[in-house]
Design a protein around this ligand. Structure first.
Ligand SMILES: NC(=O)c1ccc[n+]([C@@H]2O[C@H](COP(=O)([O-])OP(=O)(O)OC[C@H]3O[C@@H](n4cnc5c(N)ncnc54)[C@H](O)[C@@H]3O)[C@@H](O)[C@H]2O)c1
Ligand SMILES: O=C(O)C[C@H](O)C(=O)O
Length: 334
């Protein structure tokens, strides 16, 4: 029996993500929470002929607590999305408080659940969840994940486009490490499972790297005020959730990228800090998953000089973003 819960389930990401979780045969119960519309979304999904029993909850009558009771995995896409001209950090003002309050609900009702944070700015919202959990004495770094899968999904697609063969996209894997915003997104294109064409020019490599780093902006611009990526994010979130669930069920050797606290597995986390050359608390890297969550954090491997430059550029912004999330909870009354 597996209960999955979506917080922010009526939103642009929440609805298609809930659909994909309802279609996942590993899920037997699906709890949907939002401040609006969840009864309708739940009623709609509940007619789909898959095993999961679906319930929708709203804030009155302890809806958050009811949604979270018995949760094994909680996915959080609650919060406002960007409009053109905004950075992800501009969302902090509104989303930090939303994520803090939802994390408080998880800490008190489902402290053992795996928590997958989608709400932006991920580089700061994951530390917010961790700090709330620490204040409640229930923090387990192995179970907290910032969802960076969309960056990896984009890298696969964009590399396949460069190779002129979109049918290769599902089998192209590119490690994307660092964080989830602009220059903190570091695609390690030299490690693509399908190499780029030989003699790929450095200006093309730079353009491809920038496309992965700023892929979110492409969607924000195209949606022209109506939000940011929702469908590709729901796909990516469901992919990552499915890997976490398969590992929970005992499948071995599952590796997926995620933004985690580097204490999640001490030896490999310390080794990664050495590779980065900085005492960062959080970083996104390929993670081996197991029934308890993080089994190990994979090394970055050999970086080209260009990729080393990307890493150096990412570190100061990551540090600032992490500190912002940590001090927000330090200064919050819970
Ligand atoms: N990690 C990623 O790769 C990634 C990708 C895309 C979007 N995002 C982020 O995901 C978030 C959601 O994006 P969206 O397009 O679905 O936005 P949206 O506005 O369509 O949906 C957000 C939902 O959250 C709900 N909500 C607001 N406050 C809430 C609360 N206190 N409790 C529960 N629900 C609440 C809203 O009612 C709404 O239904 C944004 O912050 C966006 O930046 C992250
Ligand atoms: O770009 C955004 O604001 C949403 C998301 O983080 C993305 O990468 O698409």
């Amino acid at each position: 029996m597996v209960k999955a819960v979506v917080l922010g389930a009526a939103g642009g990401i929440g609805q298609p993500l809930a659909l994909l979780l309802k279609a996942n045969p590993l899920v037997t119960e699906l709890g949907l929470f939002d401040i609006v519309n969840t009864p309708g979304v739940a009623a709609d999904l509940s007619h789909i002929s898959t095993p999961a029993k679906v319930e929708g909850y709203l804030p009155p009558d302890d809806g958050l607590k009811k949604a979270l009771t018995g949760a094994d995995i909680v996915v959080i896409p609650a919060g406002v999305p960007r409009k053109p001209g905004m950075t992800r950090d501009d969302l902090f003002k509104i989303n930090a408080g939303i994520v803090r309050d939802l994390a408080t609900g998880i800490a008190t009702t489902a402290p053992k659940a795996f928590v997958l944070v989608i709400s932006n700015p991920v580089n700061s919202t994951v530390p917010i969840v961790a700090e709330v959990f620490k204040k409640h004495g229930v923090f387990d770094a192995k179970r907290l994940f910032g969802v960076t899968t969309l960056d990896v999904v984009r890298a696969s697609t964009f590399v396949a486009e460069v190779l002129g063969d979109l049918s290769a996209a599902p089998s192209v894997t590119v490690p994307v490490v660092g964080g989830h915003s602009g220059v903190t997104i570091i695609p390690l294109l030299s490690q693509s499972s399908k190499p780029l064409p030989s003699g790929f020019a450095s200006d093309k490599l730079e353009a491809l790297t920038k496309r992965v780093q700023f892929g979110g902006d492409e969607v924000v611009k195209a949606k022209d005020g109506a939000g940011s990526a929702t469908l590709s994010m729901a796909y990516a979130g469901a992919e990552f959730a499915s890997k976490v669930l398969r590992a929970l069920k005992g499948e071995k050797g599952i590796v997926a990228p995620s933004y985690v606290h580097l204490s999640a597995e001490k030896a490999s986390g310390d080794a990664l800090k050495k590779e980065i050359g900085k005492e960062l608390e959080y970083f996104s890297a390929p993670i081996e998953l197991g029934p308890e969550g993080v089994v190990s954090i994979r090394p970055l491997g050999t970086l080209t000089d260009y990729e080393k430059g990307l890493l150096s550029a990412a570190i100061p912004e990551l540090e600032t973003n992490i500190e912002k999330g940590v001090s927000f909870i330090g200064n919050s009354k819970l």
